[in-house]
Write a protein that binds this ligand. Structure first.
Ligand code: ZN
Length: 397
């Protein structure tokens, strides 16, 4: 049996285990940096397949690095995510990302001692940018960058590996004013809610003058407790997104000026706190895209060649990985529903989704095997990555 057949066989043998892990994570959604059950489940399974696991990496309790047997040769990283969204659970399908990464790990464990290279699974917490210190991959980037390449899949309502994502800042804006009787002594109050309102108004005025593909959006979090009390505290959670980090910094700066202006206008003191770590834009890889497409064909999924990179509007800490090593985050089609919705949460636990998760695990394992056993592929991926970084540096000058 060759390497790929052995990996395929092992993944098929563990099909029910993998679906069980995905369903357990799905059934008990945990927010970023709170994924204690999910990380423990994955760590236990990886240890059972011969991986040496370090849980608690880069100061994050739910981050892990799982290493296969140490061998001479290149190191391929497989990225796992397992955090959920507030309120709607696993509506981004990170349970399936975890299941497919574990599946790939189990498949690769069957051949690890014969491979001329290393396999490392990176358990990366808090991908969703809604919790403090979000972006586990940013925090543990010095671990991840030791690998020669990193691969993962992400559920979607389409197939596609060749794409970019936006760089992003996620931050909390707070205004502090002074309470007063809104009817009896309004002149004695400083309205914190007005600070938030003027911030949104300023952003809306800025919209006429922003470059295409820049996105600024947010929500009110707190706007006072009672109409007859001048609110002394109000807050909003805002995102700024842009196709490159320099452009992100430019617009993030403009929004900071708007916040300062809102503070001057209202007299309410403002405070800005970063929620997530800054996410970088993703660098696409045509080499890894083509390779993954050929691996998908081997598991019965035929998709057309992707010639032009898709411009993605969202953001992910995978972007930071793709800035330091050749990396692939492949969208895998689990059904027609858009994610980040309650319907999306239901879709990430269907039979169809599980079937795609198993195929994804195989395609990930095959990709790692090819990158390790065919040095020309990894070389080509590194060369392309270097070229894209050089182009990016030129463009941002
Ligand atoms: Zn996601």
């Amino acid at each position: 049996m060759d390497h790929k057949e052995a990996a395929r066989h092992s993944i098929d043998e563990h099909r029910e285990v993998l679906i069980g892990v995905s369903n357990r994570i799905h059934g008990e959604p945990e927010l970023g940096h709170q994924e204690f059950k999910a990380s423990a489940l994955l760590v236990e399974a990886l240890k059972g397949h011969g991986y040496t696991v370090e849980l608690g990496v880069a100061g994050m309790k739910t981050a892990f690095v799982a290493r296969g047997p140490k061998r001479e040769g290149p190191t391929i990283g497989v990225l796992a995510e397992y955090d959920a969204l507030p309120g709607i659970g696993h509506a981004c399908g990170h349970n399936l990302i975890a299941g497919s990464a574990l599946g790939a790990a189990i498949g690769l464990a069957a051949v690890a001692k014969k491979l001329p290279g290393n396999v490392v699974i990176f358990g990366s917490p808090a991908e969703e940018g809604v919790v403090k210190n979000a972006g586990g991959k940013v925090v543990m980037i010095d671990e991840i960058r030791k690998a020669d390449a990193a691969i993962m899949v992400h559920p979607s309502n389409m197939w596609g590996s060749y794409g970019t994502s936006n760089a992003r800042e996620s931050f909390l804006v707070e205004f502090y004013g002074k309470s007063s009787h809104a009817g009896g002594a309004p002149e004695k109050g400083v309205n914190a809610l007005d600070g938030v309102i003027q911030t949104f108004n300023g952003i809306n005025a800025l919209r006429q003058h922003i470059k295409r593909d820049v996105r600024i959006h947010g929500i009110y979090k707190n706007g006072g407790a009672s109409p007859n009390v001048v609110p002394d505290y109000a807050s909003a959670h805002l995102y700024v997104r842009a196709p490159t980090l320099p452009m992100l910094e430019e617009y993030y700066g403009k929004v900071q000026d708007i916040i300062k202006g809102a503070s001057l206008m209202t007299g309410a003191r403002s405070k800005v706190t970063r929620v997530a770590n800054p996410y970088a834009n993703s660098i696409p890889s045509k080499t890894l895209t083509d390779l993954f497409r050929s691996e998908l064909a081997e598991v019965g999924v035929d998709i057309p060649e992707e010639r032009e990179p898709r411009q993605g509007g969202g953001s992910t800490d995978f972007g930071n990985v793709s800035q330091v090593i050749p990396a692939l985050s492949a969208y895998v089609n689990i059904g027609p529903v858009t994610l980040h919705s309650p319907e999306g949460a239901a879709m990430t636990a269907t039979e169809e989704a599980h079937g795609v998760m198993i195929k994804s695990a195989k395609a990930l394992a095959f990709t790692a095997i090819d990158l390790i056993t065919k040095p020309g592929l990894l070389e080509a991926a590194k060369k392309e990555h270097g070229q894209r970084l050089a182009d990016q540096a030129k463009q941002s000058k």
